[in-house]
Ligand binder design. Structure first.
Ligand code: FAD
Ligand code: SF4
Length: 335
């Protein structure tokens, strides 16, 4: 079985297939397994460590004779159809050919790059950072400003960065409300006196993550319904000043803050369309892979899409889809 993408979804699918004795070639383009989780520490909903989630699966694969893991590997050609796909792989040790009855695509997402968001000062002011950068600071227990390397007295999250916006992507990235609320709570845990605010348009914390939201409120995180117009520097105390309208009471506010965290969303990896064409499957308008009617199935027999490759999803859903794709591929193989 060929699995393309070694993030948490691909790892889950590979582990499940190896557990039922099915051989797997897992192809990862970067030099490490784990995908976007590599940058995270504690994850919602339960605070599980991202590195432990990765290691549990990656170690199981190491011990399995059924699985070949190829990192730093690029797919240079992918042809054929069920039950005979043929891939040419460019590995660090030369080219390699693989044949597979089915293909599971777990290529995930790219974090939105807010470089063009000059009105928020990203790339201009060192204390306007992305949530990924904050995740690293929380994980390393070193939440300090980039400008002065001191613990910030205030941290403000801005939601829907690169999502639900006509200028970038119109879809909701699904996980950024939940991770922002979780990270806000972690900031309060590490810096109890820090003033933590989340500026949101709508808060999307479904199912059990509603409890994380309640905990955050109880723990002193402030929520303001607003999409800020701009962030100015060099005003107030020399910190960042966020100009925003509270859309609940219509008041124009100027919030002083020492650190701004952009809650970035997800976008499809650059080569999604090319890969979709090789596999004869469709893409959504958003650019992510399109499932056909039901999760993980596509219009091409033997091609399964799982995890964030078909749109932004949390880890729990990715694990469920990784297992579902493995089960469907195994059913096809065993007949
Ligand atoms: C800041 C931030 C915080 C988050 N916090 C949480 C959290 O606390 N809890 C939670 O549930 N979720 C969280 N998420 C969401 C979480 O990151 C995703 O659910 C998860 O990463 C999706 O896993 P995946 O394996 O589907 O995709 P990815 O993690 O994107 O992995 C895909 C892998 O495929 C590889 N790949 C891509 N294209 C190719 C190709 N053509 N050939 C070979 N390899 C390829 C990539 O290099 C990557 O390793 C967060 C997201 C962000 C941005
Ligand atoms: S999950 Fe929340 S922050 Fe992310 S795009 Fe949707 S509404 Fe905006």
């Amino acid at each position: 079985m060929l699995i393309i993408g070694g993030g948490i979804t691909g790892l889950q699918a590979a582990q499940n297939l190896s557990q039922v004795g099915i051989g797997v070639v897992l192809v990862e383009q970067s030099d490490q397994l784990g995908g976007n989780l590599k940058a995270l520490g504690s994850t919602f909903p339960e605070g599980r460590g991202a590195s432990e989630l990765i290691a549990a699966r990656a170690n199981a694969l190491k011990d399995s004779s059924q699985v070949t893991v190829l990192t730093e590997t690029e797919i240079t050609s992918l042809t054929g159809e069920y039950p005979q796909f043929k891939a040419t792989l460019k590995t660090s040790g030369g080219n390699k050919k693989v044949e597979s009855q089915s293909v599971i695509v777990t290529t995930g997402f790219l974090p939105f790059n807010p470089m063009d968001m000059k009105h928020y000062g990203f790339g201009k002011h060192p204390d306007v950072i992305t949530a990924l950068e904050l995740a690293g600071k929380i994980r390393d227990k070193k939440i300090v400003t980039n400008s002065e390397e001191k613990e910030p007295a205030s941290v403000t999250f801005i939601q829907c960065i690169g999502s639900r916006d006509q200028r970038t992507h119109t879809y909701c990235s699904a996980f950024c409300c939940m991770y922002a609320v979780h990270m806000a709570t972690l900031v309060k845990d590490q810096l109890p006196d820090c003033r933590v605010t989340i500026l949101y348009m709508d808060l999307r914390t479904p199912f059990c993550t509603e409890l994380i939201y309640e905990d955050a409120r109880r723990g002193g995180v402030t929520f303001v319904r607003s999409k800020p117009a701009r962030i100015q520097t060099g005003t107030g105390n020399g910190h960042l000043t966020i100009q925003c309208e509270d859309t609940l009471d219509g008041a124009l506010r100027f919030l002083d803050t020492e650190m701004v965290v952009l809650s970035i969303g997800a976008e499809p990896p650059y080569d999604t369309e090319k890969l979709a064409a090789s596999l004869k499957v469709d893409c959504e308008e958003s650019g992510f892979f399109k499932c056909d009617g039901e999760p993980v199935f596509t219009k091409a027999k033997g091609v399964f899409i799982a995890g964030a490759a078909s749109g932004p999803k949390d880890i729990t859903t990715c694990l469920a889809e990784g297992s579902a794709a493995a089960a469907q591929a195994a059913i096809l193989l065993k007949g």
